[in-house]
Design a protein around this ligand. Structure first.
Ligand code: SF4
Length: 259
């Protein structure tokens, strides 16, 4: 285990301890509902999606019900969400394809999922990891991208390359939970604006971006944050793993939505 892997292992433990209940923030009870919620959440907040989906899922309870509807019928339910026209079309067409080509069941492979309209790798990772406990990759959203960079887990800026770096640093069964942990810290502490660098213990120990964000000022009163070693190569085999001693934190988590 090299220095970066050791550091990543420590970061995992710290985040898992801080956010033991980190999980997908979208409300859902059935796999197709998670798929739809994730499609709707692109460039929109989870909060806005969670406000809209209870009525939508009550009106269209099954994949078949969605597949037999048309965009105009679901648009009233999603009009409060960004890009609702385009997303309505994606929801209907993806449900029709699931009904027609997959027997009404949400497919469980990356290859099949990305054939659906409105579904790219990130959405497929959300569905596979959360609905089926299948860790095919790491969900890289804006929080994960920002935190992975600031914690020195990647030096890249492209989501696919960042995902590859994170997959090499984390044991496969934790890929889904890794993104939940980074997102939890992103929402609680390391916000895109107005983060709380100066007062957070995890940040003080692991962030290597302090000089850009405010840690530098706070660092006058504490030991200097050192730079992280970088991965030797993005092509390296995924021999490195975050701490194997930790219990699996990820399990398919049922929605907290009632009814
Ligand atoms: S120190 Fe600041 S920039 Fe770094 S992870 Fe924490 S909140 Fe984010």
């Amino acid at each position: 285990m090299d220095a970066l892997q050791t550091r990543a292992s420590g970061l995992w433990r710290a985040l898992a301890k801080r956010y033991p209940h980190a999980h997908c923030a979208l409300d859902w009870t059935k796999p197709h509902e998670l798929l739809i919620a994730t499609i709707l959440s692109a460039q929109a907040t989870d909060v806005s999606v969670n406000k809209a989906t209870p009525a939508l899922f009550a009106a269209f309870a099954t994949v078949r019900a969605f597949s037999q509807a048309d965009e105009a019928q679901i648009e009233p339910y999603v009009k409060t969400i960004n890009f609702w026209r385009m997303k309505s079309k994606a929801v209907i067409e993806s449900m029709r394809m699931i009904e027609r080509d997959f027997g009404g069941e949400v497919p469980r492979t990356m290859k099949q999922l990305v054939k659906l309209r409105g579904v790219a790798r990130k959405t497929a990772n959300v569905v596979l990891g959360n609905a089926f406990a299948l860790n095919e990759g790491v969900v890289v959203d804006t929080h994960v991208m920002r935190l992975a960079q600031r914690f020195g887990l990647t030096k890249h800026t492209e989501p696919l390359t960042i995902e590859s770096d994170l997959m090499k640093l984390c044991v496969r069964r934790r890929w889904c939970q890794l993104s939940h942990l980074l997102i939890a810290h992103g929402r609680a502490v390391c916000k895109a604006r107005g983060n709380t660098c100066a007062s957070d213990a995890i940040c003080q120990k692991y962030c290597c971006e302090g000089t850009k964000t405010g840690v530098k000022k706070a660092a006058k009163a504490r030991p200097r944050v050192t730079s992280l070693p970088q991965p030797k190569s993005t092509q390296a085999p995924p021999a490195a793993r975050l701490d194997r001693r930790q219990p699996t934190a990820t399990a398919p988590r049922p929605s907290r939505r009632k009814g």
